[in-house]
Design a protein around this ligand. Structure first.
Ligand SMILES: Nc1ncnc2c1ncn2[C@@H]1O[C@H](COP(=O)(O)OP(=O)(O)OP(=O)(O)O)[C@@H](O)[C@H]1O
Length: 311
């Protein structure tokens, strides 16, 4: 395997280009004027609540669905041309696996169809399914079937790997192995785009996070930038004696409030102002901690704010 690098100064087409792309199902705007570019070597997580348009976006990118408006390009060509040229490997959520064949036969077929195939034995080993190569595909557990889909996505030397919720059903060890392999792929210059509901995975693995909401891009940046964009901070402290809960709940800029025993945990859109007002109540908080949001909390804050804004 060689590392993929562009010639210095070369003007290359983006790996993926979405230019004002829309796709509706009846009244539902699944993808709504989406514009974005992906670049070589990026590992990009696509996040969004249920129904945000993640799968539709990936289907448009893979040419499995046609946009109603706008343009989708992959390596400067149509999705279909890029796929025929073997530049894209994909692992879809529940992509059908041919039931009556064995794992080895199916992976062998994927390798045979790829213009730049890897050795079948290498693909099986990388996906951790060499031991089950002779098993019929319809006899697999959910996690094993996911590994087979992963093997199909990496049957050849593709420049872009697209994964729709790839680790659903995988146990922790398999998941770790899976991401280690993906990191290798990205280190070799491949672009990896994955949709996920596991925000800790996005935080750990992706160097760019896209947050979709109702088919539109709500945030685009590193996980750290997304957390900063959410703005809010977590504040926790302990109080002694009687607690005036209504007064605490009335503190300014609170977005959440939780009182458990003598411990108060809140989120605030302006931690400085909240803490200032807290001392203004004349209480003496102990073990005061102010921390940034995790990606999961930032995601919830950003999408909730958008829900409130568009209500
Ligand atoms: N074939 C279809 N016919 C009608 N509506 C559809 C179809 N596919 C998707 N939708 C609708 O389009 C919207 C976007 O769906 P999509 O599957 O792209 O979202 P998603 O972000 O992948 O969701 P999830 O996280 O639940 O998988 C949803 O409102 C969904 O109900």
């Amino acid at each position: 395997m060689t590392t993929k690098t562009a010639a210095p100064g070369a003007k290359t087409a983006p790996v993926v280009g979405f230019d004002r792309v829309s796709k509706a199902y009846g009244d539902v705007r699944a993808v709504d004027g989406l514009t974005l570019e992906l670049h070589p070597g990026e590992t990009v997580a696509l996040l969004g609540p249920n129904g945000a348009g993640k799968s539709t976006t990936l289907d448009l990118l893979l040419g499995l669905k046609q946009a109603d408006g706008g343009e989708v390009s992959v390596f400067g060509t149509s999705p279909r041309e890029a796929i025929v040229a073997g530049r894209v490997g994909a692992m879809l959520q529940s992509g059908g696996l041919m039931d009556e064949v064995t794992v080895g036969e199916l992976v062998g077929l994927a390798c045979a169809l790829h213009p730049r195939p890897y050795k079948v034995s290498d693909v099986l080993a990388r996906a951790g399914i060499a031991q089950i190569a002779s098993r019929k595909v319809n006899k697999l557990s959910g996690g094993q079937a996911q590994r087979v889909r992963f093997a199909l996505a990496t049957a050849g030397d593709s420049d872009l790997i697209v994964l729709d919720e790839p680790t659903t059903g995988m146990d922790v060890t398999t998941r770790q192995g899976f991401w280690a392999t993906m990191r290798e792929q990205a280190d070799q210059g491949r672009t990896v785009l994955f949709a996920t509901h596991y925000l800790e995975e996005a935080d750990a693995v992706a160097d760019r996070v896209l947050v979709l909401h109702r088919g539109r891009l709500l945030a685009d940046g590193t996980a750290a930038e997304i957390k900063a964009k959410a703005g809010a901070r977590r504040i926790s402290f302990d109080l002694e004696g009687d607690i005036d809960e209504p007064a605490l709940r009335a503190l300014p800029f609170l977005t959440t409030f939780d009182l458990s025993g003598q411990t108060v945990r809140i989120q605030s859109a302006d931690a400085d102002a909240t803490v200032h007002a807290l001392y203004g109540l004349g209480v003496h908080p102990r073990n005061l901690e102010v921390a940034g949001l995790g990606l999961e909390q930032a995601f919830v804050a950003i999408t909730a704010a958008e829900e409130a804004r568009t209500k």
